[in-house]
Design a protein around this ligand. Structure first.
Ligand SMILES: [Zn+2]
Length: 314
C-alpha cells in the first residue's frame, strides 16, 4: 500500500515481473488479426521492450475487469456520481473509448477514467516502457540470467563490463548459447544482487547472473529469442487462412522485465480525495498473470507474474 505524501505531487512505483509464457508484443499493436512477426525494440539498443502504451492499455482493461467484477459481486462500492447500471467499468471504461456504445464514462469520480484518462483528461498514471532486466540464456551450467550496465542503471545499480567478456562471480568461462566467452570478475556483483533482492527476484535467479556489455547484451538477447511458427485463423470462418503460416519472435519464459508507473496526486486534479491510484493499478496484476499481455493468451503466450510492486524514490 502506498502512503500518500502531501509533500510530493507524484509517486513512482517500480514493477518487476517474470514471463510465465513467451511474451510477444508486436509492432503492429496487440491484435493478431494484423499478422506481424517482429516485436518492439528499443531503437538504440535493439533490445525488445514492451511500450508503455501497451502496458497502460492492458492495465486499463484488467483494472476495469477487476473493478466491474467486484462491483457486480457487491464487493466494491461504485464511487461514481453516475451509477447507471448500464454504464459498467468493463467494457465501457476499458479500451480506447471509441467503440460505438462503449464510451469512457469520463466521470471525475471514476477510478478507471481518472487513472488511465478519458477524452478531456490525460490520466493520473504514466507507464514507462517495460525493459528486459534479466534475460535467461541456456548454458552448460543451466540457465543463466544475463544483464548489462545500461539495464542495471534502470534500477540504480552501477556496473561496468568490457566488450566480449562475461563478468561473473564464479571463476569459469561460460557459453551463452553459441557464444563462448572469456570470464572476468564482476567486482561489485553484490550491489546488483542486493538491489535485485530488494525487488523480490528469486534466489535461484540472483545466484545465476552474468554481466555483459550493453552491445553484447543486444546480441545475446536477439540471438536467444523464441521463434514460433503459427497459422493465422480467419475470424469469420474459423479456418486457417491460405498461405497464412507465419513466424513470430517472443521473449522467452523466465525473462524478467521492469517498468515504472508514475502516479500524480489525484487531489491536484479535483479527483477523489484520498484515492490511491496505484492501489487500483495493482488490481490488474492477477489478470496479467491469468490472461497475459500481447493478445495471444489463447496461444499460451503473454502471461506475466508480478514479483514486486513498490514505491521508489527517484
Ligand atoms: Zn469511467
Amino acid at each position: 500500500m502506498t502512503q500518500e505524501n502531501p509533500q510530493r505531487s507524484f509517486t513512482v512505483h517500480r514493477t518487476v515481473a517474470m514471463a510465465v509464457d513467451p511474451i510477444h508484443v508486436g509492432t503492429g499493436g496487440s491484435r493478431l488479426g494484423r499478422v506481424d512477426n517482429s516485436i518492439v525494440r528499443d531503437p538504440v539498443t535493439r533490445v525488445p521492450k514492451i511500450p508503455g502504451s501497451s502496458l497502460a492499455g492492458v492495465h486499463r482493461a484488467y483494472t476495469a475487469m477487476a473493478l466491474e467484477d467486484a462491483r457486480v459481486g457487491g464487493r466494491y462500492q461504485d464511487p461514481r456520481n453516475d451509477k447507471r447500471k448500464d454504464n459498467p467499468f468493463y467494457p465501457n471504461c476499458a479500451g480506447q473509448g471509441q467503440t460505438e456504445g462503449q464510451a469512457h464514462c469520463g466521470d471525475k469520480t471514476c477510478p478507471i477514467c481518472s487513472i488511465f484518462g478519458h477524452a478531456s483528461f490525460a490520466g493520473l498514471a504514466t507507464f514507462s516502457d517495460a525493459q528486459v532486466l534479466l534475460f535467461p540464456v541456456p548454458t552448460r551450467e543451466g540457465p543463466i540470467w544475463v544483464t548489462s550496465p545500461g539495464t542495471l542503471r534502470f534500477i540504480g545499480v552501477r556496473a561496468e563490463a568490457k566488450q566480449d567478456v562475461v563478468c561473473r562471480e564464479t571463476d569459469r568461462s561460460l557459453n551463452l548459447g553459441w557464444l563462448l566467452l572469456p570470464r572476468e570478475e564482476w567486482s561489485n556483483a553484490q550491489d546488483a544482487k542486493k538491489a535485485l533482492n530488494e525487488l523480490d527476484i528469486p534466489k535461484h535467479v540472483r545466484d545465476s547472473l552474468a554481466l555483459v556489455s550493453d552491445k553484447l547484451f543486444g546480441h545475446v538477447v536477439n540471438s536467444n529469442l523464441e521463434v514460433r511458427t503459427s497459422v493465422a485463423i480467419n475470424s469469420a470462418t474459423g479456418a486457417a487462412e491460405d498461405g497464412a503460416l507465419f513466424t513470430y519472435e517472443a521473449l522467452p519464459r523466465a525473462t524478467v522485465l521492469v517498468w515504472d508507473v508514475t502516479c500524480r496526486d489525484p487531489r491536484h486534479f479535483g479527483r477523489s480525495q484520498g484515492a490511491n491510484p496505484h492501489g487500483t493499478v495493482e488490481k490488474a496484476h492477477a489478470l496479467l498473470e491469468a490472461l497475459g499481455i500481447g493478445g495471444m493468451g489463447s496461444r499460451g503466450m503473454g502471461r506475466l507474474r508480478v514479483l514486486c510492486s513498490k514505491e521508489v524514490t527517484r
